[in-house]
Design a protein around this ligand. Sequence first.
Ligand SMILES: *Cc1c(COP(=O)(O)O)cnc(C)c1O
Length: 467
Amino acid sequence: MDEVQITPGMQRYIDKNNQYLADRDRYIRDEVKKWKFDTVAVHGLYTVRDAIEDYQGAIVEPIFMSTSQAYRDSDEMAAALAYLIPTWCYSRIANPSTYYYEWTLALLEGYGFDGETSCCSTSSGMAAIMTAVQPFLVNRTHHKLEPRNFVATARCYGGTFQQFSVRLMEERDIECRWVLDGGNLDEWASKIDENTRFLYGELPSNPGQGFFDVRAVADLAHEHNLPLICDSTVATPALLRPICHGADVVVQSVTKTLCSSGFGVCGAVIARKNLVTNIDNEAMRSDFASYVKYLPNRDYGPNLHPMQAIMALNDIRTLRSKVDLMSRNTMRVARFLDQHPAVESVQYLGLPSHPLHELASRYLWLVDAEYDELYGKPVNRYGHLLSFCVRGGAEAARKAFDKLQRIWRATDLGRIKSVATIPAISTHQQQGEKGRELAHIPPNLIRLCVGGEHPDDVIADLERALG
Ligand SMILES: *Cc1c(COP(=O)(O)O)cnc(C)c1O
């Protein structure tokens, strides 16, 4: 941006807004950061004062459909468009409804973290991944294309696999170095060189239940002056907050468990302030999420619709209790499947037989269980995604799948309603047999996401289908 000429009129707006921002920071530090998780989820940063002063007393965050904001005069406009004061200048860039969504997610991912976090809302989880990785892949020399690579867990969402292997690797010659065993720190380390830009990991992975030691991988990344980006969609901040364990950036497909009602598609990038990177860009390093929001995403436009932001917020308010309920239901279903003769294997991190159970148990805790009158102590919860292999191969799996009645057949997860899919013919169809082998996805694997129904009814449906 060119140097901005600041007039005395602009300065008055800047001073007034600096006062407002200082008050907001103090409110976050002295009040919001001291609340329990549920209180943050219910209120976020929307206050009685905001409501009464600006929004006619509306107790729910308003949905601002307006494309843009009008300014009092040219000084205010000039200050806003130079980003010298907070602004809703144009809804592709910023909007009051997405503002509250962003703050709620920044605070939830930053719950228990003693630094600051910020968030950039995106139109989907895939847009969040693109938003998070692209700024680290820029050309540093501005002259010729440099060799660039990044290191990522092969056990990941099918869409992520496509974005990395087709859009980045095939189409742009940016090398994705897949880590086959996320638990093996030497494998991560062996793939890093001077052209590496970031490490990327999904945990727990969808659908394979991959997991890795976040703290150890974050330390490894930082030793090489690289950031660690985590896709934490399956865990949600109710179970895991990777930034508290050293990760720099978190991507969320808010579409999933965060928005369990199933009303729409949305995403978010949440980052710690002052992250680690080998890209020489101070704005990006000091506040990554605001940087991507106001610059790259302004120019690319993968923004979230304000209506969608408020629909998602409405779901997020009850996240902790829903994740607890659905995780407990999933545990019961996993135990049932685990002893069923028609089932070859069950992949669920909550089962002690899972090879990653112990590692996952170090990280996956129901937030604030120690303050819950039912528990009064920390308790592990493992989320509501599991998968199982049906004995008899692909044919038998499809037969059982087709007999499901209560559980919906859909390529979806995170729902309050139980849904199941066969990844090999749906979410992971495009990546081919080799890609599926990398991600550990055999053709007889059924992915099941257990919802909020009574688990006996879900089990009865499975019993009938497998019988
Ligand atoms: C669904 C999903 C995504 C993509 O999110 P969309 O909102 O569908 O774009 C990314 N990561 C994981 C783990 C997912 O399950």
